[in-house]
Design a protein around this ligand. Structure first.
Ligand code: SF4
Ligand code: SF4
Length: 408
């Protein structure tokens, strides 16, 4: 059972400030050097030029069709298969669209049950509904693929359709929906455990692609009922998914920056739908994660990019939380030519779903005095140091699954 509480467990230390998506490392790595967007951004942030050039070097080195790209080997083709398809689900008239003229009559309690049932049927493992705090809406659009003539644009992309706002780089984003439906999608432990590798990149992309489709489908369902709804997924976020999910009670923010869920730990990816469909909301939860992470630090000690703090929380746009160094994290991904998920794998909350793990999660939630022992016990059982899992048999013919590339 989730331990529901009235307020989320993150501490609000000051006035909440909206995040500008252009400041996100994934937006900055995708700034094409010399492009109008890059010149404008770095005129405002000259201190970031050098690190962003290093990020961009890795990013553009992976794009097919770009002058600096290399041919796509068998291993590289795996992540390309799943990440490439998500872009098509990010087009503005796919994440959003016209709303049916006739509004269906709605009982918010019954409708919340129906929405959760449909989301699960569409293959979301976790689904909870929260109020949408306007502070979690991005202030400006920052992430590709909505630049003209841009290599990562989806196939057949011929520009942002007229009438859509908030979807081109630098556009202000205004989303006034009242509710957010947060969904979680588990990653396969055997694949994510090969991290960082082409296989872990493939698995992360596979889950993001699946989550994008579910979010798009659920938003379409709601619009067909006569209510506005917008999907948010990997390639087209309008809101910060982590605090939105925490407000809905999907879990708590951990030291590693991911949401920790009682059943899946950190081993899942998020998508969400914001809407004005009247819905009964869920409460946030207190699983004891804040105290557990104080005692644990396993992700920080194992992070190969040295990106996770061992120290205290800091204030980030009004919220006190552990803040990872996203530049170090992404530079590490770039140095490996693959997505890393070591912090997700080693987290004691992320262990495979079994009776024992459920029992341990229950004890960790309910008995604060047991947490220090459980941290130690996780080291005894699973090891204190991350060990990469072997690739499964079907992947062994992908010759360069674990190859690193230098460039730093
Ligand atoms: S993804 Fe890898 S590099 Fe990034 S914070 Fe997690 S463990 Fe560190
Ligand atoms: S590994 Fe430990 S410190 Fe890191 S998020 Fe998980 S519980 Fe928290």
């Amino acid at each position: 059972m989730a331990q529901e509480v009235d307020r989320p467990t993150y501490q609000v230390g000051g006035k909440l400030q909206r995040s500008d998506e252009r400041d996100n490392v994934f937006a900055r790595e995708a700034l094409l050097p010399g492009s109008p967007e890059e010149i404008e951004y770095h005129s405002r942030h000259p201190d970031l030029v050098n690190v962003d050039r290093r990020l961009a070097k890795h990013f553009f080195g992976t794009l097919p069709g770009h002058s600096r790209s290399r041919s796509c080997s068998a291993g590289e083709a795996l992540p390309e298969s799943v990440f490439g398809s998500v872009a098509a689900l990010a087009l503005p008239d796919v994440v959003d669209g016209p709303v049916a003229a006739q509004k269906a009559g709605i009982d918010p309690v019954q409708m919340a049950r129906t929405i959760k049932a449909i989301a699960r049927q569409l293959r979301a493992s976790l689904v909870r509904i929260g109020p949408l705090n306007p502070a979690w809406v991005y202030s400006h659009r920052g992430v590709w693929p909505f630049f003209d003539d841009y290599p990562p644009n989806p196939p057949a992309f011929d520009g942002v359709p007229a009438g859509y706002q908030g979807l081109e780089y630098g556009d202000p984003i205004e989303i006034e929906h009242r509710y957010a439906i947060s969904m979680g999608f588990p990653q396969t432990p055997a694949l994510i455990g090969t991290s960082p590798s082409r296989l872990s990149s493939f698995e992360i992309g596979r889950v993001y692609a699946a989550s994008a489709l579910v979010a798009v489908e659920l938003a379409r369902y709601i619009r067909a009922l006569g209510y506005p709804a917008r999907a948010h997924h990997l390639r087209n976020y309008g809101v910060l998914l982590v605090p939105v999910a925490v407000d809905a009670g999907l879990g708590e923010i951990g030291r590693c920056g991911y949401v920790i869920n009682k059943a899946l730990g950190t081993n899942f990816r998020l998508a969400c739908v914001t809407t004005d469909l009247p819905l009964a909301v869920d409460k946030p939860v207190d699983l004891g994660v804040q105290d557990f992470c104080e005692k644990c630090q396993k992700c920080a000690h194992n992070c190969p990019g040295r990106a996770i703090p061992v120290g205290d929380k800091v204030e980030v746009r009004g919220v006190r939380r552990w803040q990872i160094d996203a530049e170090k994290c992404l530079l590490y991904w770039g140095s490996q030519g693959a997505a890393c998920a070591v912090c997700q794998v080693v987290c004691p909350w992320s262990k495979p779903s079994a009776m024992l793990h459920k029992l341990v999660a229950e004890i960790a939630t309910r008995i604060p005095a047991a947490r220090r022992f459980l941290v130690k016990a996780d080291d005894w059982v699973y090891g204190a140091t991350y060990k990469r899992s072997p690739a499964p048999d079907w992947a062994l013919n992908q010759c360069d699954l674990n190859s690193s590339r230098s460039g730093e």
